[in-house]
Design a protein around this ligand. Structure first.
Ligand SMILES: NC(=O)c1ccc[n+]([C@@H]2O[C@H](COP(=O)([O-])OP(=O)(O)OC[C@H]3O[C@@H](n4cnc5c(N)ncnc54)[C@H](O)[C@@H]3O)[C@@H](O)[C@H]2O)c1
Length: 315
């Protein structure tokens, strides 16, 4: 991990992965790529490029002599359902471009899959690593196809690509980009701003979640693991904690007693109901020693403290 390219760097995960990598890599060894221009504080180089443009991508990889690519550029689940053609194009062409460029070169790739690979017939409790995968969203279909593409490029062309199935990611730096689990971030913003939130899933909707600190650490740790330790070449199940929307609201009221949460489920409710409630990630824990650090109480304390400073400017 000497020269790193992060695609989708402006997004929820990319923006925080930069901070994590800067703890052990110099800023001039990291370049970000996104469809959107650079965001402040402009610490690393930035290229405004469409990931579906293979030649432009190849030139950037060569220009910066990248040996590591964190490929995060994507359309997420809710946005993908509104633009299925675009979701297929960006998610599949983008991933294949990255894999093709890495072929025959010593370039290591991290690409996140998602719990969206599961579907209505997957077991919803303690969902196993290997099980029925019948996603019914375009986003989930691109993730499932992407997992198989990664495994194919590893087996046929020896490409070192590593992947995890992220659950919903909760963070405070960059607001999420249109996923089904966005409510678990928005609820904190609205609790701090207005003391009230209207949630787009029902109170008993339970999904697996993870704090951003854990999510970016997982990305770095799977990339640092010995190749022989990586036994799953599609994508590892990964989780931290599962809770319902009502349990999340209750945890917030421990800090903000006047907070109220209302529920008005929309089309994202149906997507949430097709995803697991709890995940078996024992393969990741055994193979490359995955361990989460943040539970719901820890996430809530940190989120409210950070957002209070960000929104209200309190020290
Ligand atoms: N955030 C989550 O809860 C979550 C959960 C599971 C998996 N993931 C996966 O993690 C990855 C990153 O997710 P995120 O939450 O940071 O997403 P995000 O939507 O916040 O960011 C994605 C970034 O990709 C950029 N992008 C979109 N189309 C592009 C294109 N054609 N060319 C270049 N850049 C483009 C966007 O401008 C955006 O900055 C995705 O693969 C996503 O599927 C995220």
């Amino acid at each position: 991990m000497k020269r790193i390219l992060i695609t989708g760097v402006n997004g929820q995960i990319g923006s925080e992965l930069v901070d994590r990598l800067l703890q052990f890599v110099d800023a001039d060894k990291i370049v970000g790529l996104d469809l959107r221009p650079a965001m402040p504080p402009y610490v690393i180089a930035h290229e405004t490029v469409d990931i579906t443009n293979k030649e432009a991508l190849r030139q950037i990889v060569e220009k910066y002599q990248a040996d590591t690519i964190f490929h995060l550029a994507s359309l997420l689940s809710a946005v993908g359902e509104m633009n299925p053609d675009q979701a297929w194009h960006v998610n599949m062409t983008g991933l294949k471009n990255v894999l093709d460029i890495a072929r025959g070169k010593n370039i290591q790739i991290f690409w996140p899959s998602s719990i969206a690979v599961f579907g209505p017939n997957s077991p919803r409790q303690n969902t196993p690593q290997k099980t029925i995968l019948d996603p019914n969203t375009m986003y989930g279909i691109t993730k499932r196809a992407g997992e198989l593409l990664c495994q194919y490029y590893h087996e046929k062309f020896n490409v070192d690509v590593r992947s995890v199935r992220y659950p919903g990611i909760i963070s405070h730096k960059t607001e999420p980009g249109g996923g089904t689990t966005d409510y678990a971030v928005a609820i904190y913003y609205e609790a701090v701003r207005n003391r009230v939130y209207t949630c787009f899933v029902a109170p008993d909707t339970c999904l697996p979640m993870m704090y951003m600190d854990d999510a970016v650490r997982a990305a770095v740790e799977i990339m640092q693991a010995d190749l022989e330790a990586i036994k799953v070449h599609t994508s590892y199940n990964l989780t931290a904690v599962s809770f319902t929307a009502a349990e999340l609201a209750r945890e917030i009221t421990k800090h903000i007693p006047e907070f109220r949460c209302n529920y008005e489920p929309d089309f994202r409710q149906e997507i949430a109901l097709s995803w697991p409630q709890t995940i078996d990630d024992s393969a990741a824990r055994a193979d490359w020693n995955w361990q989460h650090k943040f539970d719901l109480a820890g996430i809530t304390t940190d989120m409210l403290e950070k957002l209070d400073k960000k929104i209200r400017g309190r020290n």
